[in-house]
Design a protein around this ligand. Structure first.
Ligand code: IVH
Length: 709
């Protein structure tokens, strides 16, 4: 607003009000800038400039101003970063060397067979091994350039992962700089690989905290099922300050690509180097001379697995000599020189109290065992899926039987068998119901798949499950839309299909028991935010039969848009990698259904994302790849040439002029017309100090200013 526009015709009161708003706007912008600077110092530069208490005060001041003056709210405000929001998509980065996975063995014989295969390739070689725990977390690739942490990426498909550097920087176990030591060289580039995980005790504390926070906000808590999910959910946050509050840990177990130093000669030496650089390695890691010792290591760890303070799902055995590893190579993604030895599943006996049939979102009727609660491997099990009617018949399960229940690590517990010899005649046989337990429609059996269905597409049981699935964490991830709330919305007649979520109003929610203004607004905000979820999540959330998260991702990237998918033939769908005829047929039939098409139109009208955003893959994982910079005015600390080549060395590009696609304008003294133009286009503008800090954070700051004339 400029005074030149003239103030004639306005009352003194109106003018005073405009001045007041301008002053407020300046004040709030200043506060927001201070928060951003504090974030940058904390997460990127690793040197906090204010205390946590001051930070909280700043945020509260902004919130208070925004609440009192809603007209000053804006999407870019730090208060608008939804805490706990899982990122829809991180930038993709290519690992410098692929991240491999591991083949499994479960028995001593299989272990011997693994060794024999390696021995047949290297008949003369004497193998030594290293035994490690197989940590149940997420594998991570950390790239250090000239000793500084440059990129942290998830494993992804092994070639390309997600860039989660900002979040990784909040994990205390991960050094921002490699430690200098006479026990290890300092490579110019090195990939450090290991597992991000959560201690069991930390996981429990986190769930308790989430439960308390949800209670305070009047929403249903969404707790993590296990420590691994908690670690994954915490790492994939949009806002690093949320990750920072999550108790994540890291253990290093592998060196990937290395430049500027010789490779370690043995795996054991890699572990020593990792430790010398400042990474925690597992105290359980053991050097093993023979295969017998390796088997003994596995047996010992399986006995003591619950004494380890984090979840492990087996042991990893690695052949120690690096030259042997190189000679042995890999089959597909699995190196021949390493193997995962999985723990045997743990079993307990308990009573089968009842069998209850539930309706899945696709209409499949699933029998579930209700069990007398039993502790298996530290987890209380009271339910287990029985999959389908045939399973119950095949195992001849009767109500009242003593049954053997198995839990394989993370996997859903299963009923192995009934202990027939313990029957006393009081057990009751069980038959599959002839009608749907929810809507009482006669059931239909699909012989080929051994599945019994409720054929009624309008069955409230099916609909409820479908809606709950749509909102769930793996799908649209709508915070605060827990199963109970969905139930209440359906019961109140407010929601029949997923598009109805997007039409809910504050009044609708306030009419339901248990909603306060605050919790209702929060829920509406998260419903709104879910519109940005990528197409893959929507496709998964729609509950198309056989379309899991992987298939949904393949369909979304393969077709690029919902419309392309809707007009694809069954053959075109089946051409995608990993999409078999069964999935293709199901997707095609779903797409032909008029009701489904009408639903898609309603979702389109609501503003959901129906296109796949093409994501750029950063080659070689340079930190500024994909970003453009332009300089104007003269710099103090650096020459123009130094600044530009440092930006380019980090993968950034120097733009030829100001355009809408420019990412950063760096402004020195006496800037030219570029500044005004960039301001007009809303391009982010930074001063030299910002650039210096950025280059320094990536260890790319030239040491002294040189004038080349
Ligand atoms: S080595 C050969 N070592 O297991 C390179 N992996 O199934 C393969 N994992 O993606 C990785 N603990 O997430 C290795 N001590 C350990 C591990 C480990 C857990 C995970 C890792 C990997 C998966 C492979």
């Amino acid at each position: 607003m400029s005074d030149a526009m003239g103030r004639e015709g306005f009352s003194a009161e109106q003018i005073a009000r405009v001045d007041e708003i301008q002053a407020l706007r300046a004040r709030i912008q200043e506060l927001r800038e201070r928060v951003r600077a504090a974030d940058y110092a904390y997460y990127v530069l690793d040197s906090p400039i204010i205390s946590d208490a001051e930070y909280d005060d700043l945020m509260r001041a902004i919130q208070a101003l925004e609440e009192a003056h809603p007209e000053l709210r804006e999407a870019e405000s730090p208060t608008q970063r939804v805490a706990g929001e899982v990122a829809a998509g991180f930038a993709k980065v290519r690992h410098l060397t692929p991240m491999l996975s591991l083949a499994n063995v479960r028995t001593p014989q299989e272990l011997i067979a693994w060794r024999d295969r390696a021995q047949s390739i290297l008949p003369e070689a004497v193998f030594r091994y290293v035994g490690e725990p197989k940590i149940d977390g997420l594998s991570m690739n950390l790239i250090y350039r000239r000793g500084a942490l440059s990129v942290g990426a998830t494993r992804g498909n092994g070639e390309v992962g997600e860039n989660v550097t900002a979040n990784i920087r909040t994990i205390r176990d991960i050094p921002h700089h490699l430690g200098v030591s006479d026990r290890a060289p300092l490579p110019t580039v090195v990939e450090v690989r290991g597992e991000v995980y959560m201690l069991r005790a930390d996981f429990e504390r986190l769930n308790n905290r989430l439960a308390e926070e949800a209670q305070a906000q009047g929403v249903t808590p969404r707790l993590f099922a296990n420590a691994r999910n908690a670690a994954a959910g915490s790492l994939r946050q949009k806002d690093p300050s949320v990750t920072a509050k999550r108790p994540l840990s890291f253990l290093a177990y592998q060196i990937g690509h290395i430049e500027g130093a010789a490779e370690p000669e043995t795996h054991w030496q890699s572990l020593e180097w990792l430790q010398a650089w400042g990474f925690p390695i597992s105290p359980l890691d053991t050097s093993l001379e023979t295969l017998d010792e390796a088997q003994a290591f596995v047996d010992q760890l399986s006995k003591t697995r619950f004494e380890v303070p984090y979840d492990i799902d087996g042991s990893v055995l690695k052949i120690n000599e690096r030259w042997q590893q190189i000679e042995l190579g890999a089959v597909a993604r699995d190196p021949r020189w390493a193997i995962a030895y999985k723990f045997a599943p743990i079993e307990e006996n308990t009573k089968l109290l009842d069998i209850v049939v539930s309706v899945g979102r696709t209409g499949a009727l699933v029998p579930n065992a209700r069990l007398a609660p039993v502790q298996i491997g530290g987890v209380t099990i009271a339910n287990a899926t029985l999959f389908n009617a045939d399973e119950v018949a095949r195992k001849d399960l009767r109500i009242g039987d003593t049954v053997v229940v198995q839990r394989h690590g993370d996997v859903i517990p299963g009923v192995v068998k009934a202990l027939v010899e313990l029957r006393d005649g009081s057990e009751r046989a069980w038959t599959f119901p002839k009608e749907c337990p929810v809507c009482h429609t006669p059931v239909v059996r699909n012989e080929e798949e051994k599945v019994t269905y409720c054929p009624n597409a309008q069955c409230p049981g099916r609909r409820l499950e479908g809606l709950q699935h749509f909102a769930s964490r793996g799908a649209m991830d709508i915070q605060g839309l827990g199963e109970m709330i969905v139930l209440r919305l359906v019961e109140a007649g407010l929601v029949r299909d997923p598009s109805d979520f997007y039409r809910l109003t504050l009044d609708d929610l306030l009419s339901l028991p248990g909603f306060q203004e605050r919790s209702a607004t929060n829920l509406l905000n998260s419903i709104e935010a879910s519109k940005q979820q990528p197409l893959s999540r929507l496709l998964f959330g729609l509950g198309i039969r056989y379309v899991g998260e992987k298939a949904a991702e393949t369909l979304a990237t393969g077709f690029g848009s919902m419309d392309a998918l809707l007009s694809a033939s069954e053959e075109q769908i089946a051409e995608l990698p990993g999409i078999g005829p069964r999935i293709a047929q199901s997707v095609f039939q779903w797409a032909q259904d008029e009701e489904n098409r009408a639903l898609v139109e309603r979702l389109r009208a609501a503003g959901l994302t129906l296109e796949t955003k093409r994501e750029e893959i950063t080659e070689g994982a340079l930190p500024l790849a994909g970003q453009t910079f332009l300089l104007t005015g003269s710099l103090e600390r650096l020459t123009r040439g130094q600044a530009e080549s440092a930006i380019e060395a980090l993968g950034g590009k120097i733009a030829s002029g100001v355009s809408k696609s420019l990412n950063h304008l760096i402004v020195g003294a006496a800037p030219g017309s570029k500044l005004a133009k960039a301001e007009k286009l809303g391009i982010p503008i930074h001063d030299e100090a910002w650039l210096v800090a950025l280059l320094d954070a990536h260890n790319a700051l030239p040491t002294e200013r040189r004038r080349v004339r």
